[in-house]
Design a protein around this ligand. Sequence first.
Ligand SMILES: *[C@@H]1O[C@H](CO)[C@@H](O)[C@H](O)[C@H]1NC(C)=O
Length: 551
Amino acid sequence: MQIRDMWRIYSHVVLLLVVVSSTYCSAVNETKFVNTDKSKFKILSVFGHLGKSHFDVFKPLLEELARHGHEITVISYFPRTDSAKAKEPLPNYKDISLVDPKVGVYVNVVDLHQVSHSRFFLATQLLLLRSMADFACQTGLRHPLITEFLRRDEKFDVILTENFNTDCFLGFIHHFKAPYLALSSHQIMPWTNEDMGNEDNPSYIPNIFFGLTRPMDLIDRMKNAVTLLLFNAAYDYWFRPADQAIANEVFGPDLPELSEIARQSRALLVNTHNSFHGSRPQLPNVIEVGGLHIPPKVNPVPKDIAKFLDSANDEGVLYFSLGSMIKSTTMPKEKLDAILNVIESIPRKVIWKWESDESPRKMDNVMTRKWLPQFDVMNHPNIKCYLGHGGLLGLSESVYIGLPSILIPMFGDQFHNSAAVKTRGAAIVLDFNNFNEQYFRQAVDACFNDTSYRENAQRLSKAYRDRPATPLETAVWWTEYIARGNGIPYLRSEGADLPWYQLHLIDVALVLIIGFAAFIYIFFRLIKLLLSLLKGTAGSQAGKTSKRKKD
Ligand SMILES: *[C@@H]1O[C@H](CO)[C@@H](O)[C@H](O)[C@H]1NC(C)=O
């Protein structure tokens, strides 16, 4: 056999081997970055806050988890309604309802006469947060159904609970000894960033309490930084001890410090998105699911509303709603008149959520309704401008749809949300204190007639929607990931456990500064010494020379 033949046979054999082995490999050793473990989990979800808008953000997640076959128990003031159950029974979804007609919920409760944006604004906000927390803890935790639930011997794979103004509901985490996933229906509260070790640098991240626009000047940064310190201190020294007292009473005296339990959260799902609220560093277990509540499809609106909207044609319609908590009917007279004068005079139609059967004035171009299917109405192609209060649900919907907006923030995170969209050039923000007809007319003109707002809103919408997975898929994945037992060692930031002076490298800076100062000091002492030595020798030599000259 010739060498060339041998070489040919050899190369054929090698080729064959490569083909066989690679087929074998791809058939048997295929690997993927997914967990195919299809277990069903037992999930507990606790919502002690009485605000419907907070619950509404996470309702789609709770229902989706039930659809995935997990058994979910939901403690809240917002049990599934009979009509929702008729549409989709979801037998895996169990409600423990805290509803009490004597207590009510926070719907249509904000009286606009009492909304004041005075110098004491921050103090008022803090007091409001604390009084809502006290109320939620006292009524929620002492509810007879909770007492009975705690006596039952149930086990859970994961607990979902809201991070807002109180830690008292974290007692459930200790009681059931289950891993927990925190939820934030708004921008992350400062104390939650602190507990998780998530970056919250006030030099460029506006906090939730103000409407600061980026970039911040010196005064803004002062405000931002001081508020952050004050609110965190208030939470540590006022809120937490108060929560602890109530929780100890309900969960027993062996309950650990609530602040300790708060530090055990495995991950946080937050209802923000960088396109909307701005870019900021997030830990790998802080997951933005902004727009989680936005439904996957638009439903047709009721006939009478559809007729009104369809007839608008070119002029377009203004959609006006102040959300679920504010009672529009409590609008102070001179401000209401300003609004009515403007909306009556514009060559546009207006559809308005107004919580009364009686319209405040008879106007041909305006339709009022006590309730409106907001998302469906907003999606109508003739809606050209959104007039709202900067609540995160409505505003996220307008951002998603790409509607320019006029925002009149009233309380809570509304200033922060409004400022964020204003920074993107997609909103005009009005101050409620200085609200008057001229000011409002200019804003309405700009929203309809200045195309830049519309263009910016459309660009923002595109960025807000462009994600690797829907917020709902992301939220479900994280819930199951935590329930599968993945957690703290892989996710927790070491930064969260460092004392502040180590975290901010104050100790390192001190050592470096002292070391450098010591070095400089020694260096100059040495030079001085050398100089004096040199001078000494020079002097004595000069002495010698002069002596010699004399000789
Ligand atoms: C927009 O411009 C038109 C035409 O100049 C004007 O009639 C209208 O009042 C302006 N404002 C609004 C809100 O449409």
